[in-house]
Design a protein around this ligand. Structure first.
Ligand SMILES: Nc1nc2c(c(=O)[nH]1)N[C@H]1C(S)=C(S)[C@@H](COP(=O)(O)O)O[C@H]1N2
Ligand SMILES: [Mo]
Length: 321
């Protein structure tokens, strides 16, 4: 997240646009079930891996991004931050196919009545999947709009009955050198770690995603399960989670460990608090080009202030950045 060698981000004009098909079908279909798989297949998919992906059944859909245009499947799956697969935006799409996501054991530890090792299916109720369209605002001052599929984080955490000692919840990403070429570099302190205050984690907007555009996540987006915390900078949305830990003390998070005066624990999107090396007052809504940076103002809490501001009442957001 160092804003170095940023390449211009161009989208071919003649590109197939699954998102258009998606939008029009969304208007006429009740569910996803039909046809979209075939419509979404095509030259966009490298290796054809996504072609074989099943469609999820979606129980409920909510748009949390107003009139803002969705980013395309191609954009969302080819411009990623997932340092376990390399530090360039194109690296995760190139290398994350080596990630093995089935089976996917998840360890739950700390201050909870139920701890142990669980399967993905223990955590996620695949019969109650929701679609949520959220903005994702990266700390690097670009953003996208993404139709995630998943379940509220609160529902998952409650299954483990956290005790009154659980003030925070910490998450860890898989760290397997055999599957993740990026681990050979010590650019970050592996495994990637993140955490939330318990009330943040239980907030109805906090989401655990297992898919996007109606399909299971590809490796580059954090398969099989990644956090989405839409009012916080993207680095809080930790990918490919293998460990959940209920803690009494505030856990350390990866970017804060790397550069504590640049990346805080809270990481709430805030146009008034600049990163030491750049302003956060605006963002580039992807896709951008050399000729059009597509700059829009950044909003406090990424536009979700009405829902989440009360979590931070009385807190100094400049100090707790
Ligand atoms: N394990 C892990 N999770 C991660 C990252 C990472 O490098 N490793 N990058 C974060 C950052 S900086 C962002 S902006 C988002 C990007 O999510 P996306 O690629 O699905 O858009 O993932 C976050 N989760
Ligand atoms: Mo990010």
């Amino acid at each position: 997240m160092l804003l170095k060698n940023r390449k211009s981000w161009l989208i071919a004009e003649n590109q197939v646009t699954p998102e258009r098909l998606y939008l029009s079908r969304r208007q006429i279909m009740q569910g996803f079930g039909v046809g979209l798989g075939a419509a979404m297949a095509g030259p966009l998919f490298r290796a054809g891996a996504a072609y074989a992906l099943p469609e999820f059944e979606i129980a409920k859909k909510t748009n949390y991004a107003g009139e803002e245009e969705l980013n395309s499947y191609k954009e969302i799956t080819s411009y990623n931050n997932y340092y376990e697969f390399g530090v360039d935006k194109e690296d995760p799409a190139k290398y994350a196919h080596t990630l093995i996501t089935d089976p996917w054991p998840v360890t739950v530890t700390g201050h909870a009545e139920r701890t142990g090792t669980f399967s993905l299916e223990d955590l996620i109720d695949f019969n109650a999947l929701e679609e949520r369209i959220y903005r994702l605002r990266c700390v690097e001052a670009w953003s996208m709009v993404i139709p995630w599929v998943g379940v509220p984080l609160a529902g998952i955490l409650k299954k483990f009955e956290p005790t009154s000692k659980a003030k925070f919840v910490a998450f860890e990403t898989l760290a397997d050198r055999a599957q993740m070429p990026g681990l050979r570099s010590r650019v970050l302190d592996w495994p990637y770690r993140e955490g939330l205050r318990m009330d943040e984690a239980m907030h109805p907007l906090a989401f655990m995603a297992v898919g996007l555009y109606g399909k299971p996540l590809l490796g580059q987006n954090g398969a099989p399960m990644r956090l989405v915390v839409p009012w916080k900078y993207g680095f809080k949305s930790i990918k490919s989670i293998v460990q959940i830990r209920f803690t009494e003390k505030q856990p350390r998070n990866t970017w804060n460990i790397l550069a504590p005066h640049e990346y805080g624990f809270y990481a709430n999107v805030n146009p008034a608090v600049s990163h030491p090396r750049w302003s956060q007052a605006s963002e580039r809504r992807l896709p951008t080009s050399l000729f059009n940076q597509n700059r829009i103002p950044t909003r406090l809490f990424n536009g979700y202030g009405e829902e989440v501001a009360s979590l931070y009442a009385g807190m100094n957001l400049r100090r707790n950045f």
